[in-house]
Design a protein around this ligand. Structure first.
Ligand code: AMP
Ligand code: GLY
Length: 426
């Protein structure tokens, strides 16, 4: 089989890598892919734009693609699944109606409230003045969210009234484009976050291993929010008891609520949870796709062939599949970022030490990289590489990731040295 992976991040490199472990998959094509997918055996990049649905469909049909896997939220929210399915292709990822669960935080909040899914208390506003009045009535800290997709930048955890008001102004001033036509204002929850990614055929839903991401740029979880600076799985804070509750109170309730709205949701449903200090939890957000960098730690632990799960979802027979099988132990990833990220940063810097990093036993997933005209791997984004280690326990996994990253160099390279710090304290 030939599989097409849509996207160009570390998540897509990990998806392509995992799919190529299967005897049944001879080739993976990435649109547009990155330096890692360009250099991986049996993998190739095709430079088409993510919004060129017609071009992608034509390519997939002409090249007898058996399965299309969509990585990022933007094409899902724009309806790539609906488009490709109408051409007769088999696609893993929700349709446009389902992707709204990530593309509109206001819609997702309404769905959760109706379904009785535990979530932070919130109100939605389409105008500045009532939004600011609400903030004043609630006090700080408070969380201000642009309604639509904002590449992970639409959320402000405001500690002061001024910060909250500035965030509201930024949203309504159009800083996030059409994502800012309304604002969700939410109670600020304290606790530890965990990402529960689940796979669903629209009828049954099964969680993957729970993972913990590190969203802030600075050590000790300080500074600006990023797309994610490192992750590990399984996250012990998501105990079997908690996962049982998440299955019933979040995953199953949400799938039923989607069905009630006539939405046939198939793909990954990612619940971002806050575990409150009393051991309870709330959903902070839903995503309609695999997490990045969570995927780069979850897939190395997966024994069950990924394409078997994906085809079971497309064919609506996930409920007939045997339990998902996981490797024992832990997996951890550290993100090597370009200096300045999540603000401005340089591109086109030469990356060295990739083979030496893999020589340590770590796995290097490329994120913001590309091959230049001389076929050298150079930087091409803010989050550049993900170095993943695995091991019997968390310490072994993270040690392997850090020994791998120590081999790698590029101008301005930055990474957090404290990934998994909450585990080390235990
Ligand atoms: P979201 O895109 O909704 O996940 O928000 C991005 C990040 O903002 C989350 O990962 C949290 O770290 C933080 N956040 C979002 N909502 C809340 C909340 N209600 N309370 C505290 N932190 C939040
Ligand atoms: N790692 C956070 C996300 O994928 O949204």
């Amino acid at each position: 089989m030939k599989v097409l992976v849509i996207g160009n991040g570390g998540r897509e490199h990990a998806l392509a890598w995992k799919l190529l472990q299967s005897d049944k998959i001879k080739q993976v094509v990435c649109i547009p892919g990155n330096g890692g997918t360009a250099t991986m055996k049996n993998c190739q990049n095709i430079p088409l734009a993510l919004n060129d649905f017609a071009g992608i469909s034509k390519f997939a049909i002409e090249n007898a693609i058996s399965l299309v896997v969509v990585g990022p939220e933007v094409p899902l929210a724009e309806g790539i699944t609906d488009y490709l399915k109408s051409s007769g292709l088999r696609v893993f990822g929700p349709n446009k109606a389902g992707a709204r669960i990530e593309a509109s935080k206001a819609w997702a909040k309404e769905l959760m409230v109706k379904a009785g899914v535990p979530t932070a208390k919130a109100a939605v506003f389409t105008e500045v003045t009532p939004a600011k009045e609400y903030v004043k009535s609630q006090g700080v800290p408070i969380v201000i969210k642009a309604d639509g997709l904002a590449a992970g930048k639409g959320v402000t955890v405001a500690e002061t009234l001024t910060q909250a008001e500035n965030a509201i102004d930024a949203i309504f001033d159009g800083q996030f484009g059409s994502a800012g036509s309304s604002v969700v204002i939410e109670e600020c929850l304290l606790g530890e976050e965990v990402s529960v990614l689940a796979i669903t055929d629209g009828i049954s839903i099964r969680p993957l291993l729970p993972a913990q991401d590190h969203k802030r740029i600075g050590e000790g979880d300080t500074g600006e929010n990023t797309g994610g600076m490192g992750a590990y799985t399984p996250a012990p804070i998501a105990t079997p008891e908690l996962m049982e509750r998440v299955q019933i109170e979040v995953l199953e309730k949400t799938i039923t609520a989607l069905q009630d709205q006539g939405i046939d949701y198939q793909g990954i449903l990612y619940a971002g949870l806050m575990i409150t200090p009393d051991g309870d939890f709330r959903v902070l957000e839903f995503n309609c796709r695999f997490g990045d960098p969570e995927t780069q730690v979850i897939l190395p632990m997966l024994e069950t062939p990924l394409e078997d799960l994906m085809f079971a979802c497309i064919e609506k027979r996930l409920g007939d599949m045997p339990p998902i099988v996981w490797k024992q132990g832990f997996s951890a990833t550290v993100v090597a970022a370009a200096g300045g990220y999540p603000g401005n940063y340089e591109k086109n810097d030469l990356i060295t030490g990739l083979a030496d990093a893999e020589g340590t036993g770590a796995r290097v997933f490329h994120a913001g990289t590309r091959l230049n005209e001389q076929d050298h791997v150079v930087t091409n984004g803010g989050r550049v590489l993900n170095i993943t280690g695995t091991g019997r326990d968390f310490s072994q996994a993270i040690a392997q990731a850090y020994s791998g990253i120590a081999q790698i160099k590029f101008n301005g390279m930055y990474y957090r040295r404290d990934i998994g710090h909450r585990l080390k304290k235990q």
